[in-house]
Every structure is written in structure tokens, then in C-alpha cells.
Design a protein around this ligand. Structure first.
Ligand SMILES: Nc1ncnc2c1ncn2[C@@H]1O[C@H](COP(=O)(O)OP(=O)(O)OP(=O)(O)O)[C@@H](O)[C@H]1O
Ligand SMILES: [Mg+2]
Length: 544
């Protein structure tokens, strides 16, 4: 922006830019964001529908996970992209509630538009929404139910709720149990509080068998087989070398010409390579390794020598797995074999290759660090194991959320309605215009139980009025149980959610809605033309 002598600021736009301002800009942004919310709305709750997403390669994903739906969609509008971002934030911060956050943000925008129509300035709406958000967080804290971590009962029930809305719901009890066990195993206690890194729970998947055959392994599972048939398939008291260097003779980077004049010379040349590989294997054996896990390749000849020494070896292990292995076994990743000592070796009780379905996988069990577990997902088809992985992610995250902040809420729209009820009372204490904003915030929250009901084929208006009446009678946990279709105490229905998920939903949705409301000027540069498309004669706008 530059200011000429007259003092009026002038905005210099690039040729081909488009600009929309004021009401019009606001309206298009709100519309774009609401369309995204409308799209995911039908997948909210246990009775929600799944989406089938087909990417440009024809790969199919079937899911009801809010974040995954939005991730797979090619969203163009900048305001719509902000909704995709909010689902991502929710997923990273809390791991669940990604559909709810988008639906709520859309609803907050719809209610804001209503107020804009009544000539209330967006700034006032944003202020009102902020007040309402703070109050809502306070109310949630107040009604939250504390959880005793000595029992896993509520951890399991919450994990089950998070999976109730997924394809894997039929096996939610079994899978919830695995998620709870896995998280408790990797939880670290410090200053009386627990800390959980969900990355410590490795999730591997292999199509075949059924979801009930999913197992929790105390250690790390690698989707790799032992490289040579002559090697042992099982090593106890494994002393593990973790290599980030190939057991191969590296090719020179430049071309060299060697003149060989006799068969003896040829033999000596090949022998030299063999000697180098043998030395590498000798080195590994001399430090006491009986298992080699290598991130790079292993030459056939080296495999042969390793097999002769009775060493079990696996090659081309993923980098992310190498890091997990280092943490789990207490070994150090070696980049230069010559410097290796026995202190660099990791330890595990057993390393074993097992046949899983049609493939072979390598299990590293009983590691030095007990805080490393793998959930190995089995299921009828690739799509099932993929969706199971996403659902387990949600379950693992909600268990972590409670372990880190041991408070829960009952679900089914009960907390949203309770917050709405108190907010409406609170609104009356505020001056005129802000009052309207807080009231509309409360109404936006009611969209969650309304959507749950609608997705279950119930009449949202009937359900809402019954819910409002019950909350007026101080039934804090009255919600809509969508399986039975009845309004009831959601604690009895055993539908529980972590407090932190709901708090994050309210914070992120308010933030996203405010951010979109604040925009009153959209300046878009002209789209870049893909360079491969030949320009047509007389086409508008210069390419450069
Ligand atoms: N049996 C039930 N009856 C009523 N509501 C339920 C029941 N089980 C779960 N819910 C509610 O469903 C909602 C969660 O639905 P869902 O898991 O589809 O969406 P999300 O958690 O917002 O997003 P995502 O799981 O895709 O990240 C919560 O409000 C929860 O209270
Ligand atoms: Mg969920």
C-alpha cells in the first residue's frame, strides 16, 4: 500500500486480480464455509452416513472421519480451506471431534449472518462470540465428571463412544480394550501427571482374517521379512544392530575403467569385494550382534555371510520405524560400521519372523524400553483395515486426552444443550447487541443434538424441545441416545467424551468463525496458468 500526496491510501493490485468487499465478500466466505459444514454434517454421530471418496488415481476411501473427508476433498475456496484447517487443528490437538467442530463453525457462521442481516456489525458479533466461548468453557469445566485413573472403566467407555460412529462399531469393545492397554503402557508419569505420546503406539495393518484378530504386541512389528532363507527365524536374547548404512559395496560415483588381463586378476577383483563384505559381517559379529535391522540394502553375498554366522537380518526398514526401534531397544542407529561398539546394540527378548496372512512380518518383542507397543490391525479388506486404523487413532487419542486431563462429559448433545441453556440466561445480563450474539451462539450449539437426531431419522424439532424442557428441570445430562431414539440421561446410556475434546471443539470453532467474519475484503491474484497448456490466440492476460 502506498500513500500519495493527497493522503488517500491507494491499493495497487496486480493485473488480473479480482476484489470483492464488504457484505459481498462476507457473504461469499460464509457461504463457502457453510457448504463444507453441510457436507460433513450427515456423517455426525453413530447413525451418521459414511462417505466414499475417489481420488484422481481412482483409489477409494470409505470413511466417516471428518478430517479424512475434508483432507481427501480438493477444496478451492479460501474460506472453505479454513474449515479444512480447523478440522486438522482439532485432529492434532484432541484427535476426535473433527466433524463436530466443522458443523459447529458452520452453524456459528449461519447464526452470524442472521445478525449481519439485522445490521449488527461483525466486530460486535465476534466480541459476543468470544464472551460466549469463555463462558461455555467455564460451564463445561463445572459440569465435567472427574475420572479415577485407577480404574479403566471410563477410559474404555469413552474409547467405545469414539468408535461408535465408525465402520468398526461392531467390534468397538474389543478394540477399545486394546487402545486403553496400549495407551496405559506408553504413559509416562511426571510430577503426578501423565504424559502420553501417541506416536509411541505404532499401528501396523495387514488385510486378512477379521477385526477380532487385531492384536496388541509388546514391542515393534515391522512389515518386512527376514532376508535370507538360511537365517534363523527366531532369535532369543536379541542383541540388535540398527544400521543406517548399506551392507553393500557402494558403487563409485564416477566411471572407472579397469583393465583386466588375466583370469587371476578377475578373481582377485571379485575376491576383494567379497573380503570387504565379509569384513562388514565380521565386524557385526565381533561386537556381538545376533540381529541386524538395516535401513538400507543388504548384498546377496553379505546375506550369505550373515546367515552362516546365524544372524537374523532385515533390510529396507522404514526410517520412522528405525527411530522407534532405537527408542524401544535402547540401541543407537549406526551410520559408520567401523565405529560401532557393543554399547551401540539394542536389546529385545525375542526377534521373530511370523507369517501374517500371506505375508511375513518381523516382531521385536520384550524390548528394553517397555514403552513401545504396536497394534497390528487385521480385517477383511484393505478398506476395512484403513478405516480401522483411523478409528483406532481416534480411540487412542481420546484415551490419551483423559489420561492427561482426567475429566469426561456424557455425550449425545447433553453438554451442548446444558451450555446453551446457561448461555441464554447469561445473555440476558448483557447489553442489547452482544446479547443477541451470545443467544445466537447458544442456538448454534443446539445444532449438534439436532444434527445427531436428524441423522438418526428423528424429528430434530421434537427432540430439541424435549431436551430443552428436561434441561430446564435441571437434568444436566439429558441427551438424545440415537440407537434407541430416546431422550435420556446419557450417563446411563454410557456415552462419554473427554472434556478436552469438547473444549477444543468450542475454541476452534469460535476461532474459525471469527476469523472468517473478520474478513471484509478479498483480493485474489489471477490464477496461474499451468505452463504445459499452450496459450490460445487472443487469450486474456499476459502469462508473465
Ligand atoms: N449412542 C449415542 N447416542 C447419541 N449420541 C452419540 C452416541 N454415541 C456417540 N454420540 C455422539 O456422537 C458425536 C460424535 O460423532 P462422530 O464421532 O461422528 O463425530 P466427531 O467425533 O465430531 O468427528 P470424528 O470422529 O469424525 O473426528 C458426539 O457428539 C457423541 O456424543
Ligand atoms: Mg468421533
Amino acid at each position: 500500500m502506498s500513500t500519495p500526496a493527497s493522503g488517500i491510501p491507494v491499493l495497487v493490485l496486480k493485473e488480473g486480480s479480482t476484489r470483492s468487499r464488504g457484505r459481498e465478500a462476507q457473504h461469499t466466505n460464509i457461504m463457502a464455509a457453510r457448504i463444507i459444514a453441510e457436507m460433513v454434517k450427515s456423517s455426525l454421530g453413530p447413525k451418521g452416513m459414511d462417505k466414499m471418496l475417489v481420488d484422481s488415481f481412482g483409489d477409494v476411501t470409505i470413511t466417516s472421519d471428518g478430517r479424512t473427508i475434508l483432507d481427501e476433498m480438493d477444496v478451492q475456496h479460501p474460506a472453505a480451506k479454513m474449515m479444512v484447517e480447523v478440522a486438522k487443528t482439532q485432529d492434532n490437538e484432541a484427535g476426535d471431534g473433527t466433524t463436530t467442530v466443522v458443523v459447529l463453525a458452520g452453524e456459528l457462521l449461519a447464526k452470524a449472518e442472521e445478525l449481519i442481516g439485522k445490521n449488527i456489525h461483525p466486530t460486535i458479533i465476534i466480541d459476543g462470540y468470544k464472551k460466549a466461548m469463555e463462558k461455555a468453557l467455564e460451564i463445561l469445566e463445572k459440569i465435567a465428571i472427574p475420572v479415577d485413573l485407577n480404574s479403566t472403566e471410563y477410559l474404555k467407555k469413552t474409547a467405545m463412544t469414539s468408535m461408535a460412529s465408525k465402520l468398526v462399531a461392531e467390534h468397538k469393545e474389543y478394540l477399545a480394550d486394546l487402545a486403553v492397554k496400549a495407551v496405559l503402557q506408553v504413559a509416562e508419569k511426571a510430577d503426578g501427571k501423565y504424559k502420553v505420546d501417541v506416536d509411541d503406539v505404532k499401528v501396523e495393518k495387514k488385510p486378512g482374517e477379521s477385526l477380532r484378530d487385531t492384536i496388541l504386541v509388546n514391542g515393534i512389528v515391522l512389515d518386512k521379512e527376514v532376508v535370507h532363507p538360511g537365517m534363523p527365524k527366531r532369535v532369543e536374547n536379541a542383541r540388535i544392530a540398527l544400521l543406517d548404512t548399506p551392507l553393500e559395496i557402494e558403487k563409485t560415483e564416477f566411471d572407472a575403467k579397469i583393465n583386466i588381463e588375466s583370469p587371476e586378476q578377475m578373481e582377485a577383483f571379485l575376491k576383494q569385494e567379497e573380503v570387504m563384505l565379509r569384513d562388514m559381517v565380521e565386524k557385526l559379529a565381533s561386537v556381538g550382534a545376533n540381529v541386524v535391522l538395516c535401513q538400507k540394502g543388504i548384498d546377496d553375498m553379505a546375506q550369505h555371510f550373515l546367515a552362516r554366522k546365524g544372524i537374523l537380518a532385515v533390510r529396507r526398514v522404514k526410517k520412522s520405524d528405525m527411530e522407534k526401534l532405537a527408542k524401544a531397544t535402547g540401541g543407537r542407529i549406526i551410520t559408520n560400521l567401523e565405529d560401532m561398539t557393543s554399547a551401540d546394540l539394542g536389546y529385545a527378548n525375542v526377534v521373530e519372523e511370523r507369517k501374517i496372512g500371506d505375508d511375513k512380518m518381523t516382531f521385536v518383542e520384550g524390548c528394553r524400553n517397555p514403552r513401545s507397543v504396536t497394534i497390528l490391525i487385521r480385517g477383511a479388506t484393505e478398506r476395512v483395515v484403513d478405516e480401522a486404523e483411523r478409528s483406532l487413532h481416534d480411540a487412542i487419542c481420546v484415551v490419551r486426552d483423559i489420561v492427561e486431563e482426567p475429566k469426561i462429559l456424557a455425550g449425545g448433545g447433553a453438554p451442548e444443550l446444558e451450555v446453551a441453556r446457561v448461555l441464554k440466561k447469561y445473555a440476558e445480563t448483557l447489553p442489547g447487541r452482544e446479547q443477541l450474539a451470545v443467544k445466537n451462539f447458544a442456538e448454534a450449539l443446539e445444532a449438534i443434538p439436532a444434527t445427531l437426531a436428524e441423522n438418526a431419522g428423528l424429528d430434530p424439532i421434537d427432540v430439541l424441545s424435549e431436551l430443552r424442557a428436561r434441561h430446564e428441570k435441571n437434568e444436566t445430562w439429558a441427551g438424545i441416545e440415537v440407537i434407541s431414539g430416546k431422550v435420556q440421561d446419557m450417563r446411563e446410556a454410557e456415552v462419554f467424551e473427554p472434556l478436552s475434546v469438547k473444549k477444543q471443539v468450542i475454541k476452534s470453532a469460535t476461532e474459525a468463525a471469527s476469523m472468517i467474519l473478520k474478513i471484509d475484503d478479498v483480493i485474489a491474484a489471477a490464477k496461474m496458468k499451468p505452463p504445459s497448456v499452450p496459450k490460445e490466440k487472443g487469450e486474456e492476460g499476459a502469462g508473465e
